[in-house]
Design a protein around this ligand. Sequence first.
Ligand SMILES: *Cc1c(COP(=O)(O)O)cnc(C)c1O
Length: 500
Amino acid sequence: MLYTSTRGIKGLVTSACVIQKGLAPDGGLYVPVHIPTLSRDEILEMCDLPYSTRALRILSYFLTDFNDSELYSALVNAYNQKKFKDETTPLSIINNRLGILELWHGPTCAFKDLALQLLPQLMTLSAKKLGDERKTVILVATSGDTGKAALEGFKDVAGTEIIVFYPNDGVSDIQKLQMQTAEGNNVKVFGIDGNFDDAQRGVKEIFGDAEFAKELNDKGFVLSSANSINWGRLVPQIVYYFSAYCDLVKKGTIKIGEKINFVVPTGNFGNILAGYYALKMGLPINKLICASNSNNVLTDFLKNGKYDKKREFYHTMSPSMDILVSSNLERLLYYMTDSNAEKVNGYMEDLNADSEYKINEKEVAELKKIFYGAWADDEKTKERIQLMYMVNNYIIDPHTAVALSALNDYRANNQNDNHFTVVLSTASAFKFSKDVLKALDKNYSGDDSSVAAMQKLADKIGGKTPNRLKNVTEKPVLHSEVIKFDDMRQKIKDFLFTEQ
Ligand SMILES: *Cc1c(COP(=O)(O)O)cnc(C)c1O
């Protein structure tokens, strides 16, 4: 399989190259030159396989630089029982029309683990295939979940170093502790004196600094990114759409070939785009429902085809979806324009110059055949958390609640649609204990420490606080340094050049 850029740069590249580079040199995103399709029988065959083998089937279509045994050992490393539950992505059947796909049973209780447990291995394999002996240095600016999931994924992976910058006054207590206690010989974490934008701007500037790149190169290092625009992060996410479908067939909930809907709590459009690839690969999907919070730029886009980022930015109780520019949407535009890179280029230029672009009628019609957009504010989010608990005795986190609210909107407007629907659940409720407690009990003050709040939530539902979250308060803090924006380069060099 070869890859091209959404902005049409000449020449095709291999999967190893795509994974190592992340972003195409023309600023576009890499897409496969064709999308393989699976027959009904091939999907049926997958139903009897465990998760890692289902994943192997999907990955081997796209990552053709690696042989099956390389891919399989990477997959078993990523999705073994020490790291995930027996079923990597368990599916809870809530009623005869609704299932919830729990994507948060990985090491950091975030759905990002599914991609970030695999990406580091794909990166080292890629470097090997390309004969690149430099060490890959992953730089991450994080507002929370990505940082910890990346630290956990890259920890002690040979040939890599990972450095994470978080805004000192911009992450939750638990998230900060998760990062400060990160273990591993190739791991470094810094707080940045500032907010998320400062951290992100700093990392972006470093990526664009040719002189710095040369300095690193001379010492045998090359910078790379674990951001969700990397194809190596997207392709593992296609797997759980197929896997959920297979589980439904196995349980007898649906018949093979029957179409289902998926609802996806969306930020950067990576997760739902993986669902779109699954559909193009032949998975029987009726609708992909794109759920947003008050930062509802995608809901508007899916209604009228106008992407307009000039709007107020809201801090919501579903922070991983607080985003106004969804980078992965560029890949969808590429498909909606029949692979017209020139058009995609134009839209992206408009977005840069005017902070908006508008696709044409035909493209909007194409979009609407597949996608439906809906959004929920914090009030509606809380209502869903409460409703789900009262009616189904099932606890959801705010991101999942946004998705359930969007489904409610969809059903109200599409009463003839009786397809079984799977909601993707992207975080453990315990990561957002205070907000969940507030949703369940209007009188809850929220004055507790994060650990006390987790315990209260556990008591309320008669369960236990996940050890993986509780542990962080007992582990030693290994990274407490808070640095100035201007010192980022020096700190990177200090870590890389003096370590061994
Ligand atoms: C990252 C994240 C999302 C958004 O996923 P995208 O792929 O960026 O659309 C949703 N929920 C949670 C909990 C996340 O961490």
